[in-house]
Design a protein around this ligand. Structure first.
Ligand SMILES: Cc1cc2nc3c(=O)[nH]c(=O)nc-3n(C[C@H](O)[C@H](O)[C@H](O)COP(=O)(O)OP(=O)(O)OC[C@H]3O[C@@H](n4cnc5c(N)ncnc54)[C@H](O)[C@@H]3O)c2cc1C
Length: 388
């Protein structure tokens, strides 16, 4: 019986496991995850601003897998690619085929103070930590480090949370480069910039966080924010065990894969952990590609077992959306440029479609409907405490 080890039960790993378990071959499929639950990441900023119940955004991994897949809740700490062994803290497991789909995690870039004092936004647990901290009423300033997708979503959701609670907290995005949203088209950057301005969200470009001391944040150029919550979203990196692997990686530590999503004979990588380049363009980290890569690697594992040539991965890009919590989002979907409420709605519909379980889908639909009604424009609130 062929042994298949999958590391990480996120979008890519689950997509592969489901396909492998239905292929009709006699396989020993094991999937590892360091957590009992998998998180639905695209809606976690909305869990802060729109009050989506975190329980709707986590799913028991075991419940998502059929009987043919064994789930082991252990963190993988290293791999011996020559011996075909995966190591966790207490055990080791052999494999015939390996799929790495361990996603990405917050990158603190070695900044210990950021690690100690800043708030990450990369899991449902991070959302719970942020919401609990907001209840303590100890912040007036909310500094978002990083002007990418997640930074913009975090800032606008904080804005919405404060507005719905009658509080005027100051929200500031600090971005190291001369512009927000990196390589995205200029019209989007301008649209987002103007929208942030209309919400009173300040953007500091060419700026870095220079010092973090508890709830005091100093930004280059001399600005110091007291009673500040620092939300840390400047970038991500891959898991520690990948850092130790002697294979080709990009600067974020993503494993460089070939056109069939392999990085070594019988070794595959999918999702955020994989660095796949189409033409000259690296594929973005996104749910649609993670699911498609997971399915493609499963297909190629099956083909390897049947001694057939591997298929090339041909990603189809449906587009992307930058969701903003005042419902004035923007994006490019099927080649169409969209602005305003329609991309917000599309984002939510896609999230409901991709979420697991009828109970969660209904729960999300109800919450999102309520959330959309709540975020219809109304006057700004008064200055006050951060109790939310
Ligand atoms: C705030 C936020 C908002 C986002 N919004 C969007 C969006 O709107 N649209 C979109 O397309 N994409 C969005 N993304 C990106 C998207 O969520 C990722 O591209 C996608 O989750 C990647 O899927 P994955 O399967 O590679 O990894 P993940 O879904 O992250 O799953 C990886 C799994 O591996 C496990 N793992 C990690 N290390 C180990 C280890 N050592 N041992 C065992 N298990 C391990 C983790 O616990 C996790 O369960 C967003 C991401 C974030 C953080």
């Amino acid at each position: 019986m062929h042994k298949i080890v999958i590391i990480g039960a996120g979008f890519a790993g689950l997509s592969a496991a489901k396909k492998l378990s239905k292929c009709g071959l006699d396989l020993d499929i094991v999937i590892f995850d360091k957590k009992e639950d998998t998180d639905f990441l695209p809606l976690i900023p909305d869990a802060v601003g729109r009050g989506l119940g975190p329980e709707l955004l986590t799913y028991r991994i075991q419940a998502l897998l059929g009987k043919k897949v064994r789930f082991i809740k252990e963190e993988v700490i290293s791999i011996d690619l020559e011996a075909k062994q995966v190591y966790t803290v207490g055990s080791s497991y052999t494999y015939d085929f390996l799929l790495i789909s361990s996603g990405s995690q917050t990158n603190f870039f070695g900044n210990q103070n950021a690690q100690d004092y800043a708030y990450a936004l990369n899991s449902v647990n991070d959302v719970k930590v942020i919401i609990n901290a907001l209840r303590d009423n100890k912040f007036d300033n909310f500094i978002i480090c990083g002007g990418g997708y997640t930074g913009i979503e975090a800032a606008t959701n904080l804005w919405l949370l404060f507005r719905n609670n009658g509080f005027t907290g100051r929200v500031v995005i600090v971005e190291r480069t001369p512009g927000i949203l990196g390589p995205l088209p200029l019209w989007m950057k301008i649209y987002v910039r103007d929208n942030l301005k209309s919400m009173g969200i300040e953007v500091l470009l060419n700026s870095v966080i220079e010092n973090i001391q508890s709830n005091r944040v100093a930004v280059s150029g001399g600005r110091v924010f007291e009673r500040a919550m620092l939300i840390w979203v400047p970038g991500v990196r891959t898991a520690d065990f990948i850092q130790k692997l002697a294979v080709e990686k990009n600067p974020q530590g993503r494993i460089v894969v070939d056109e069939c999503l392999t990085f070594k004979q019988d070794c595959f990588c999918a999702g955020d952990a994989a660095f796949f380049v189409k033409g000259n363009n690296p594929l973005r980290m996104a749910v649609q590609f993670s699911i498609a890569e997971g399915a493609q690697t499963a297909d190629n594992i099956i083909r390897s077992i049947k001694k057939l040539p591997l298929n090339k991965f041909r990603p189809r890009d449906l587009g992307f959306i930058i969701p903003m919590a005042n419902n004035k989002s923007c994006g490019s979907v099927f080649g169409l440029n969209l602005k305003g409420f329609s991309p917000t709605l599309l984002h939510f519909l896609m999230c409901i479609y991709r979420s697991s379980g009828l109970r969660n889908k209904i729960g999300l639909a109800g919450n999102l409907l309520k959330a959309c009604c709540l975020s219809i424009d109304r006057p700004a609130g008064r200055q006050g405490g951060t109790k939310c």
